[in-house]
Structures are given as C-alpha cells and as structure tokens.
Design a protein around this ligand. Structure first.
Ligand code: ASP
Ligand code: MG
Length: 439
C-alpha cells in the first residue's frame, strides 16, 4: 500500500479537495491518505489561541465565526447531495461550537493543542464524506489513536507501528483510508502535535510503520528544486536524492519537506516521492537509498544565523578548550550548527538567540568573543565522497567574488556549507547555480 500526504494548499478549497479525491481513486488501488488542514486554517487557530491567551474572548469569537462561515460555504460547494451537505454541516457546527467552548475556560497550552488539532480533524472529515458521497469505500482513521509521542516528545515508533498495523488489519477491505497529519497524543495521553508542518512527518511515520510501498508527499511545486526558485532564476527539479541529501536540504532551508520526517522512511527503507498536485503527471523527486556518484544535486540556504568567534592563545596546544566552550551552549540548550576551528580559535553558528547574552557572557571567560549577526548558511548537497576530487574547488570557485565567513566541509559526505552575510545570499545562490547547474 502507498501512503499519500496532501498539504494545506492541496486541500485548500472544495475544488482542490475534489481534485485530491479524484487523484487518490484514479487507479483503484487501496491507499492511506494523510491530510493537512485547509491552508490558512492552522494559522487562524493559532491566532484564536493568541486571543484566548490574552483573555480576549471577543477577538477569538470573531475569528471563530468568520472561519465557520467559510467552512459552511465550502460545504455547499463540495457536496452535491442534500444528505451530505446536511450531515457535514452538523459536523462543522459541532466543531465550531466546540471551539467556542474554549472562550469560556482558563486557557493554557493544553487547550491550544486541542484547538490546533481541529484543522486536520475538519479537513479529513470533509474529504472522507466527499469520497463516500462519490461511492468510494473510504474509512476515516483517527490519528489520535495511532500517533503518539514519548516523554521526550519524540514519536513513539513502536507504538505507532503496532497501532497502525492493527487498525489496518481490523479494517481490511477499504479502498481509501484517510487520517489526519500533524496531530497526535503525547506520552500522557493528551492531545498534542508534531509541530508546524508536521503532516509530512505523520505520513513518513505511518509509511515506515506499515512498510509502505512508497510515501508520496503531494505539494504545489514540482519536486525539490536544485536551488531556491523564489530567489534564483533557472532552477530545475532534482529527480533523485539520497535520504541523506534530502535531509540536509530540508534542514538547510528547502521548504518543501519537514526536516525530521526523512529519518523514519530512511530507516525503514521506504522511498519518498515528492509530487505536484497541480501537475500530477510530472515526475517529481524520488528520495531513496541510492547515490549518484560524484553528482552535486542542489543548493539550499538558511537565514537568521549568528556567528560567534572565540579566540584565545590558551587554546594553543591545550586540551579541553572546546569542551568548555560547548558546555556553555549545552547549558543554555542552544544547538550549534556550523563549526570551524583553528589552533587559536573556534567559530560556531547558532540560530536560537534567546540566550545569546548569557552565552556571550560565559564565553568571555575563555577568550575574546566577537559576534556577526544576520548570517546565512548556504549548503551545497550531493555525493561529495572524498574519493571524488574537485567539487569543493568548483563550489569555492563559484564564490570567488563573495566574502565567505566560514566554510565547513568533511562533516558528512553530502554537504559543504558556506556562511555568508544575508545581504549576499541572493548573489551567492545565483553564483552557485550558474557554476554548478547552468554551465
Ligand atoms: N496544519 C499544520 C500546519 O499548518 C500541519 C501541516 O500542514 O503539515 O503547520
Ligand atoms: Mg507543509
């Protein structure tokens, strides 16, 4: 069985929901379909929660009423028959009354999680009802019974594996199984979620758990591009990526895929295919366990990095210096992304500035500290195995006119990263595209 995930834009209107339904039923094969909330809904639910945190129930109610009207309108357009219009209207009205009930309670992050979960609950009910109206044997599975996180807020994979296989076994014989992306229960049984954009993660977890034939992530762009199409001209979709390459790209800024979601698919060896709802025939990008020897695949960039340099003559020929430095970052739960060292100093980047002042204060015990803000990490991803010579030369040559603050190479076999000023990002990306892909 294949697992297909459709994001918010792919189910963003009644027409798109109908399109998705056609897509998943076209070949008549059984599928498990994971859906996001309709685009914009989760953001509105976050806003509603903000009003409730700020003890402004009127503000929340205005948004709830507005969103309810939108959904009531969607229902009229989605269904043909009175029966399904009415049935779904009752469901929607219940849902929004439920949301309104939170305007009267003491509001905490527990309530917020419950509110955030309703977007996916609504979209999956709407699509399941639509499929049924079309005569498809569809079954809605409750993700809250399948996806659970552990005490570290990480997916509890054994639980997910057991539950997803059991629920499919108990409900054999359906054509389309629908479930919610993003939402889950935590180790204490409370409603929770896999963080924003987490529907990809749901799909990959379930796909890995049931050893799916393939996991398909349907979005509104034709696969992963070799550079950021919003910034650079002449980007092209990359047809194939290794799991490691995809993970680096997702982490370093390619918006198409949630960074954490690759891991379960990789461990289970289930290929992930990125496809475009607006052009379903396009080949998209396949992510699997294959390397294309020596090939540079793509470039991605991530902003909002802070570069911290610590220099000290005490580092010279001393041991334990780096440990002391890194303990400071650990103490403030701040993860370090790029690292470069020399015999008398070390530069690191962080993207979480919430404890910056404390970190700098502590670092000053060990050396002279300088800080550069508004930095961008640009990473070049591909099969950079050290037996293949020359790619670092090509990448560096491309950047010959750009001031580079740090270069990190050799940490993995799939990535060479450059730290540049954010103001130089566009020309850095364009220069890399011109040299690596367009020449
Ligand atoms: N609806 C959630 C969000 O907007 C999850 C997702 O779409 O992946 O973040
Ligand atoms: Mg998404």
């Amino acid at each position: 069985m294949k697992v297909l995930k459709f994001g918010g834009t792919s189910v963003g209107s009644p027409q798109r929901m109908q399109e998705v339904s056609r897509l998943v039923t076209a070949d008549g094969k059984a599928k498990l379909v994971v859906l996001s909330a309709m685009s914009g809904t989760t953001n509105t639910l976050v806003e509603i929660s903000d009003y409730l945190y700020k003890k402004n129930p009127e503000g929340a109610n205005t948004l709830i009423n507005r969103l309810e009207q939108k959904y009531l309108q969607h229902i009229q357009e989605l269904y043909k028959t009175e029966e399904y219009k009415q049935q779904t209207e009752i469901f929607i009205r219940d849902e929004f009354n439920y949301l309104r009930s939170f305007t009267k309670v003491h509001f905490t992050s527990f309530e917020e999680k419950v509110i955030l979960a309703q977007g996916e609950i609504i979209s999956t009910n709407m699509v399941t009802n639509y499929l049924k109206e079309c005569g498809v044997k569809a079954l809605l599975l409750n993700a809250l019974d399948i996806i659970r996180t552990d005490k570290n807020a990480e997916p509890d994979f054994l639980y997910i594996k057991e539950k997803s296989n059991a629920v499919l076994k108990e409900n054999d014989g359906y054509e389309i199984y629908i479930t919610q992306g993003f939402i889950c229960r935590n180790a204490y049984g409370e409603i929770d979620n896999l963080l924003r954009g987490g529907s990809d993660y749901t799909a990959c977890l379930i796909g890995a758990a049931i050893q799916a034939e393939e996991i398909q992530i349907w979005t509104d762009i034709d696969g992963m591009h070799n550079n950021d199409p919003r910034i650079v001209e002449n980007t092209e979709p990359v047809r194939q990526l290794h799991f490691e390459e995809a993970a680096e790209l997702a982490y370093f800024g390619a918006k198409i895929l949630h960074p954490t979601c690759i891991q379960p698919a990789k461990f289970a060896g289930v290929p992930v295919r990125l496809l475009n709802t607006m052009a379903p025939e396009a080949p998209g990008t396949i992510i699997n366990n294959e390397f294309q020897k020596g090939k540079i695949k793509a470039v991605a960039a991530r902003d909002n990095n802070i570069c911290i340099q610590i220099t000290s003559s005490r580092m010279l020929l001393a041991y334990g210096f780096l440990r002391k430095v890194f303990e400071i970052f650990e103490a403030y739960k701040t993860s370090v992304d790029m690292i470069c060292t020399s015999e008398v100093g070390v530069s690191v980047t962080i993207d979480n500035s919430s404890h910056l002042a404390d970190i700098l204060d502590n670092l000053k015990k060990y050396g002279t500290v300088s800080v550069d803000e508004n930095m961008t990490i640009v990473c070049v991803v591909g099969d950079l195995d050290s037996n293949n010579v020359g790619f670092e030369t090509i990448a560096c040559e491309a950047l010959k006119d750009i001031p580079v603050r740090m270069i990190s190479y050799g940490g993995s076999n799939h990535n060479i990263s450059f730290l540049v000023k954010t103001e130089d990002k566009k020309r850095t990306l364009q220069a890399l595209s011109n040299t690596l892909f367009n020449s």
